[in-house]
Design a protein around this ligand. Structure first.
Ligand code: WQD
Length: 338
């Protein structure tokens, strides 16, 4: 079965392509290479031995999207990763985010709704919960007013998909990720942030390798065990496997509703200082860091109630925080050794 993976050369997308190929799916990747490179294709082939079809295409170009589906009329399954995802950048450039994250979704859905039946997996985020009242967060937690245009595009995207499934043959699953980290065990693919990493773990590994002088910890005066923010760090391969299981659920018509929502996390919260300690343990080196002011828009704590994904998808994470950090660290060392 032919599956379209948009953003398939990105961090989560490339790991998902590998797992799709392991499960026998034929994969077509669309990527505009704005935050990835064709080099990633070599990493995918090195792992699976299968070269996915790749088309460099910008989903903001409606005519290109229409042309793609004319040429690939047998594509009825889509996993949609392609989007801009930097919270801070979205505050300064909201229209880039609304165009790139919303228009592209609309163009994809316009093509899929013409089909008798289509399966759509959407890359959403725990960001939609804002600061949830209770931890761990379950899927019924209220979706809060977004704290950034990026978060708003995920909320709007979920609403658009929900409305479209009601009037079309599209079945959808929304996957709300917590914090994806780590790299494939082969070290052939991993996270490749462009410029200064916005996220904690790639900043830590770049500091560990000497690319960055020290890590700035954004606040240690939060009401948490050690004063630093708590997040749910999930290994990217565990996350990728969940996408394949979700797709198979739709393909095999196991879904009970036309739209289903799942949190994807480990179910365990880790503070920033605990992540630093995990890095120091797996790397055997001290990490230089300083405490600075809080970062605008950070929630205090977010970690997943994973019961729904565990019980309904039959999926749960396999990697511990230390294993995930170790894989990120080994990937960083490999990338810098090139
Ligand atoms: C984690 C913790 C920071 C960097 C975002 C998006 C989310 C998803 C993942 C896309 C926070 C602290 C960070 C640093 C620090 N993105 N931190 N120093 O903000 O939880 O989630 O990325 O899908 O949608 O919202 O992740 O890694 O940026 O921050 O102290 O240099 O690390 O304050 O507490 P976040 P993060």
């Amino acid at each position: 079965m032919k599956i379209l993976v948009t953003g398939g050369l990105g961090f989560i997308g490339s790991h998902t392509v590998v797992e799709l190929q392991h499960e026998g799916f034929e994969v077509i990747i669309i990527d505009n290479l704005s935050n990835s490179s064709e080099e990633v294709l070599k990493g995918i082939v090195a792992i699976t031995g299968i070269m996915p079809v790749f088309e460099k295409l910008d989903l903001r170009d409606k005519a290109s999207v229409q042309d793609f589906f004319k040429r690939h009329s047998d594509v009825t399954g889509v996993i949609h990763f392609a989007a801009s995802k930097a919270v801070g950048e979205s505050v300064g450039n909201p229209l880039l985010y609304y165009e790139n994250n919303i228009n592209t979704l609309i163009y994809l859905l316009q093509e899929l709704q013409q089909k008798q039946e289509a399966n759509f997996i959407f890359s959403s985020s725990c960001t939609v919960y804002g600061q949830a009242e209770t931890m761990p967060v379950n899927e019924n937690a209220s979706v809060k007013p977004a704290m950034s245009p990026y978060g708003n595009t995920k909320q709007i995207g979920e609403e658009i998909i929900t409305d479209v499934t009601k009037v079309s043959g599209i079945n959808a699953i929304l996957l709300r990720y917590f914090n994806p980290i780590g790299a494939h065990s082969s070290r052939e693919i991993g996270e490749l942030p462009i410029g200064t990493p916005q996220n904690l773990v790639p900043f830590i590994t770049q500091t560990g390798i000497g690319l960055r002088k020290e890590l700035s910890v954004y606040g240690d005066d939060y009401p948490t065990s050690d004063g630093t923010c708590v997040r749910d760090y999930i290994h990217v391969v565990d996350l990728a496997k969940a996408h394949v299981i979700a797709l198979q659920r739709l393909v095999n018509k196991k879904n009970v509703d036309k739209i289903e929502i799942f949190n994807l996390g480990t179910g365990t919260g880790s503070s920033v200082l605990e992540v630093i300690a995990a890095f120091e343990k797996v790397s055997g080196q001290k990490l230089p860091y300083k405490i600075v002011d809080r970062r605008e828009g950070d929630v205090i704590s977010a970690y997943a109630n994973t019961e729904k994904a565990n019980n309904i998808l039959g999926w749960k994470t396999e990697s511990t925080l230390e294993e995930s950090i170790a894989s990120a660290w080994e990937w960083e060392q490999k990338v810098r050794s090139k």
